[in-house]
Design a protein around this ligand. Structure first.
Ligand SMILES: [Zn+2]
Length: 442
């Protein structure tokens, strides 16, 4: 290449330019082929780890398999500082490719087709895995799509693959829609400037208020209700918007009985935790507050919420240290829970960002093993990692309050520290004087 560049400087020479271009193109092809071969190798290793986990679980319950899979994913995730959910998804995708689409994976490994082609074909072919399509029919589909993919773009392959997959299904849309309906849910996505998406772009405090209300409602759903928490929330979301009444009704249980939930949601008020710097309340600064320790809330909104709203919990933070200095207290337990939620903000498994919820507080040393109910022995774990701790060889200790030491089944250690809660300020005078709040009661 260096020689080629030299000849450009020396003047136009069509043959030399063409040679440079041809050389660059073949280098690109070689790089792509090498990278894809490595990626395919990674896919096979991930799938092997997945199969290892299933093998370890043996013929026992599917719950056991889930736990083994999760333990393996957590081991990889902690090592590479990626959330174990992400790793578990990667393992799942890898196993699908290796088990269901071997021809596709080979073509990718050989550099004959790209990642976009693989994704397009595997996605469109996904419906063939869940129906009464025979392995031979699936293999024929795979062969046909790979043959097409070597000639055209992923977008065109996707279109043909979807159409082709459809022809193998007796009731394609019905089947797909039924499966898709099962996945209904409500999600909140925080974006810039204190705003969030919840199907509509609205201020974050409102989006999280809606989310909190739906979650609270779902926790109170009847045990006979066959819907998942997420499905229930999605139904309630639609009902409230369409009919403006309580909670969703459900048609019929498996036993034939009708369950009514009308009005349930209207009795629930959302609880949203907003952290407010004291300086913002006193009007001496316009420092933003924050929602669940992460999403910024402008000082104006924070002042209004801190002053009037009963359903938004107020946490006042020390302007120097950024730590929580005062909480609204009802009872010691409630105060502890609020402090924990403010301290942890999210699940304390390394890399997990599931929001801290009151009902997910875990005793680091179990109550049965003389663990105390104190903030130094409590930490938030989401349901997923709570089960991981109990059902696998992962262990945790809390040598100093709030600092969690995790040890993986392979003996690797990971320290998870609580995130800073509020904004901190560099202060010229170390003593905030009249702003100093009393020490915490625990
Ligand atoms: Zn978690």
């Amino acid at each position: 290449m260096a020689q080629g560049l030299e000849s450009i400087r020396q003047g136009p020479d069509a043959a030399a330019l063409e040679a440079i271009q041809a050389n660059a193109l073949s280098q690109l092809a070689a790089i792509r082929a090498g990278r894809q071969a490595l990626e395919a190798h990674e896919t096979r290793v991930l799938a092997a780890l997945g199969h290892l986990a299933l093998h370890r679980a043996g013929r026992s319950s599917s719950e056991r398999s889930t736990m083994e899979m999760r333990a393996v994913a957590a081991e990889i995730g902690a090592q590479s500082r990626v959330s174990d959910r992400t790793v578990e998804r990667q393992i799942g995708d890898a196993m699908t490719l290796v088990d269901t689409w071997p021809v596709l994976l080979d073509a990718f490994a050989q550099g004959r087709i790209g990642r976009g082609h693989v994704r397009a074909i595997a996605e469109a072919g996904g419906v063939l895995a869940s129906t009464d399509v025979t392995p031979e029919q699936r293999a024929a589909f795979e062969q046909q799509m790979v043959a097409l993919a070597v000639t055209t773009t992923p977008a065109r392959v996707a279109k043909v693959a979807r159409r082709e997959a459809d022809t193998h299904l007796s009731e394609p849309l019905v089947v797909r829609h039924r499966a898709a309906r099962e996945r209904r849910r409500v999600t909140v996505e925080d974006v810039d400037d204190g705003m969030s998406w919840i199907g509509a772009l609205v201020p974050s405090v409102l989006a999280h208020g809606i989310d909190a209300r739906l979650r609270a409602g779902a926790r109170a759903k009847s045990k006979d209700d066959p819907r998942s928490i997420q499905q229930w929330q999605a139904d309630a979301f639609c009902e409230l918007l369409l009919a403006g009444v309580g909670a969703p009704t459900i048609e019929r249980t498996t036993g034939g009985a009708e369950i009514e939930h009308a009005g349930l949601l209207s009795t629930i008020t959302p609880i949203v935790q907003v952290t407010v710097p004291i300086t913002a309340l006193t009007g001496t600064s316009d420092a933003p507050g924050s929602l669940d320790g992460a999403q910024p809330v402008d000082a104006e909104t924070a002042r209004i919420l801190a002053g009037v709203a009963a359903t938004w919990q107020r946490l006042l933070t020390d302007p120097i240290r950024g730590t929580v200095v005062e909480v609204d207290t009802y009872s010691p337990n409630e105060a502890q829970r609020r402090l924990l939620r403010a301290r942890d903000q999210h699940c304390r498994f390394p890399g997990c960002s599931a929001k801290a919820r009151d009902d997910d507080v875990d005793h680091t040393i179990a109550w049965e093993d003389s663990g105390t109910t104190s903030v130094g022995n409590l930490a938030h774990l989401c349901r997923r990692h709570h089960t991981l701790k109990h059902a696998t060889a992962w262990t945790v200790s809390q040598p100093t309050p709030g600092v969690l030491h995790w040890r993986s089944p392979l003996g690797h250690d990971y320290v998870d520290r609580p995130p800073p809660t509020g904004p901190t300020f560099v202060e010229m005078h170390p003593d905030p004087g009249g702003l100093r709040a009393p020490d915490l009661p625990f």
